[in-house]
Design a protein around this ligand. Structure first.
Ligand code: SF4
Ligand code: SF4
Length: 387
């Protein structure tokens, strides 16, 4: 059996001692960010202690709807994911790439002086951990490493939280093999257990960094019954998934049905607002803009997050190559579930459910795929897809 302070150990921490874990992270110089309530919304923001977490709250989610509701206990992590994801910290939506300053002898390019935050992400769900793995492939494992993402990702401490209980109805992580248990990629992972008057965390140590943080946070080796109880919490969540996506042959299915009438039906409802992409933890589209000051002495180049639902995004030499709303929706869904596999060797969807919840008209990608699968209208060899 692993010793209490080694990687792989399963430890028990009473909920009353959890604040000391955050204190330990703060002492080590981490900037803690995690779920918190602001203006009636569940968002990720700076944490100074347990009181900043949405203690005693849960969420009810449906396609097109998100509601916060009080719980009848004091669970620290008794809710699912909100509209934001961790990509806002690793892939900032606005980032200064460089600035040019005019001097007597011409322009000088000045790289931005940056103090990269050393984040501790508190409460990362398994689906969002997988989303980081997906973005790692995009930003770190291609021919060009993105230094902005790399600097933030490498030093981030990850405290994962396994999902338990009933959970929200829009996620489908079991179908995507991404949850509800975090299996790797964390420094520490916890399962919150509230049973028979007991409130504790089952902690799994993932890295030596996790061991280091536990040096000054109280814990003991978990008993077999405590491990079993925590496993039961996660198993209950897996058994109560609100949705399912049949991924069998999915890439080929979508390639075969490029001209399926369902694309017209969904586009009749889709507002092309792009919400589904803004909230998605794996979407990485961005554009680059130059701005100058009024005196003409300074010009700056900014990277800005963008989405594939705008006409401008696919503007290439005189026009947009995806001029119809239909082509833009189809591009988004087929990229997530099909071409992403060809590009990055994995799915672009981790089943977090955000795109369902935050779509203003409640479009559900699992339903769209099912509609195509149940009534295939394959592309004939002589046909070519429209734009
Ligand atoms: S496509 Fe939707 S369900 Fe899949 S990862 Fe993105 S937001 Fe989550
Ligand atoms: S699917 Fe929904 S969220 Fe996405 S662009 Fe269409 S209306 Fe907006």
């Amino acid at each position: 059996m692993a010793s209490p302070m080694s990687v792989g150990a399963k430890l028990l921490m009473p909920a009353a001692d959890f604040p000391q874990l955050l204190v330990a992270l703060g002492r080590l110089g981490y900037r803690m960010v995690g779920p918190t309530l602001r203006d009636g919304q569940l968002i990720y923001g700076d944490l100074t202690g347990v009181a900043d977490l949405p203690v005693g709250w849960t969420d009810a989610q449906e396609p097109g709807a998100f509601r916060l509701q009080p719980r009848d206990d004091q669970a620290l992590f008794g809710y699912g994911v909100g509209q934001q994801s961790w990509k806002q910290f690793l892939f900032p939506s606005h980032h200064l790439l460089w600035r040019a300053e005019r001097h007597e002898n011409g322009f000088q390019i000045v790289p931005p002086a940056e103090n990269v935050p050393r984040y501790a992400f508190i409460g990362v769900r398994a689906c969002d951990l997988q989303a980081m793995v997906v973005q790692d492939r995009v930003f770190l494992q291609g021919p060009h490493v993105d230094p902005v993402y790399q600097a933030r990702r490498e030093q981030a401490f990850i405290l994962a939280v396994n999902c338990g209980g009933r959970g929200c109805s829009t996620c489908f992580c079991v179908s995507m093999g991404s949850g509800p248990r975090a299996t790797s990629g964390f420094d520490l992972a916890l399962t919150e257990v509230l049973q028979e008057g007991n409130h504790y965390f089952l902690l799994e140590v993932g890295t030596e960094r996790g061991v280091g943080v536990l040096q000054s946070a109280p814990h003991r080796l978990a008993a077999a019954a405590e491990i079993e109880a925590a496993d039961g919490v996660v198993a209950a969540r897996a058994a109560n998934m609100g949705r399912k996506l049949d991924t069998q042959g999915l890439k080929e299915l979508l390639y075969r049905n490029y001209e399926h009438p369902r694309w017209d039906e969904v586009t009749a409802r889709c507002l092309n607002c792009g919400n589904c992409t803004w909230v998605c933890p794996t979407c990485f589209c961005h554009t680059v803009e130059e701005v100058t000051d009024l005196s003409g002495a300074v010009a700056e180049r900014w990277r800005r997050q963008d989405v594939c639902f705008t006409v401008d995004y696919s503007y290439i030499h005189g026009g947009s190559i995806r001029s119809s709303p239909r082509s833009r929706y189809r591009q988004w869904l087929t990229h997530k579930l099909a071409t992403w596999h060809d590009q990055f060797g994995c799915s672009g969807c981790v089943g977090c459910g955000r795109c369902l919840t935050w779509c203003p008209v409640g479009i559900d990608l699992t339903e769209e795929v099912r509609a195509i699968r149940d009534n295939e209208v394959p592309l004939k060899e002589t046909e070519h897809g429209d734009h």
